[in-house]
Design a protein around this ligand. Structure first.
Ligand code: KIV
Length: 274
């Protein structure tokens, strides 16, 4: 790899670079992180966007849904992640009810994410109804990533994690919501678990980058939950998750070997003692 290419690869990612990547037909790579160590490895791997997702509730905190994670939890995890990242754009998820009550609340809470946790953008769920808030945040200087399709914070409203926008009526609403978010100033939109053809159409239609999760290959980029793709979170395995490692199995094996070694007196050895 040439030094020039290396410099290019290490160039700090901003919301503007993501737009440029879309224009250049360069796919955007995004993953989640919730702690410093994983954030560092993601950044070293050249991941473009690191999302401190409210999925932390399920994959780290052991909760059933993302609904109950608090703003204080998100502020804590986002601060750990930001500290480990030089190049990637760090986006912090706004938790349920931290932005829906009114614009002032959303502004205050997003401001805390930026000032206290050093994220460079926030993500929120919802379409047209949330656009006045998106506009207000962007106007205040806080970049916003939208999230449409399967919006896990609304799980109690929908009652399932099934694929969304499968009827023409729902697809129409989703197209309208995506356009409204872009018009309100969102710098990127996550589309989760919707038909690939619809995601491709929206990606082609909008100037802002569309990042898919379970939305097919026609998006401008892809995101997965790191704990899913690493095989660390195995409670369920959505079809859109490709497992790149089996770290859960690896960890279990290591813990069992350690336990055996302690019980048999094999650990610590002479070389591991003073
Ligand atoms: O919280 C999260 O991890 C997310 C991604 C699934 C996009 O919102």
């Amino acid at each position: 790899m040439s030094a020039a290419h290396n410099d290019e690869v290490r160039r700090k990612i901003t919301t503007k670079s993501l737009t440029e990547m879309k224009q250049a037909g360069q796919r955007i790579v995004a993953l989640t992180a919730y702690d410093h160590l994983m954030a560092q490895e993601l950044d070293r791997a050249g991941i473009d966007v690191i999302l401190v997702g409210d999925s932390v509730a399920m994959v780290v905190q052991g909760l059933e849904t993302t609904v109950t994670v608090t703003l204080d939890h998100m502020l804590y995890h986002a601060a750990l992640v930001s500290r480990g990242v030089d190049r990637a754009l760090v986006v912090g998820d706004l938790p349920f009810m931290s932005y829906q009550v009114n614009c002032d609340d959303a502004l205050r809470n997003s401001g805390r994410m930026v000032k206290e946790s050093h994220v460079e953008a926030v993500k929120l769920e919802g379409g047209e109804p949330i656009c006045p808030t998106v506009f207000r945040l962007v106007e205040a200087g806080i970049p916003v990533m939208g999230h449409l399709g399967l919006t896990p914070q609304s799980i109690h409203k929908f009652g399932s994690y099934q694929v969304r926008a499968t009827t023409e009526e729902e697809a129409h609403v989703l197209r309208r919501d995506a356009r409204a978010l872009a018009d309100a100033g969102a710098f990127a939109i996550v589309l989760e678990k919707i038909p690939a053809s619809l995601a491709k159409e929206i990606s082609q239609e909008l100037d802002v980058p569309v990042i898919g999760i379970g939305a097919g290959s026609g998006c401008d980029g892809q995101i997965l939950v790191s704990h899913d793709m690493l095989g660390l979170y195995t409670r369920f395995h959505p079809r859109f998750v490709r497992r790149y490692a089996q770290l859960g199995e690896e960890m279990l094996g290591a813990f069992k070997r350690f336990a055996d070694d302690v019980r048999t007196g094999d650990f610590p050895g002479v070389d591991e003692s003073y």
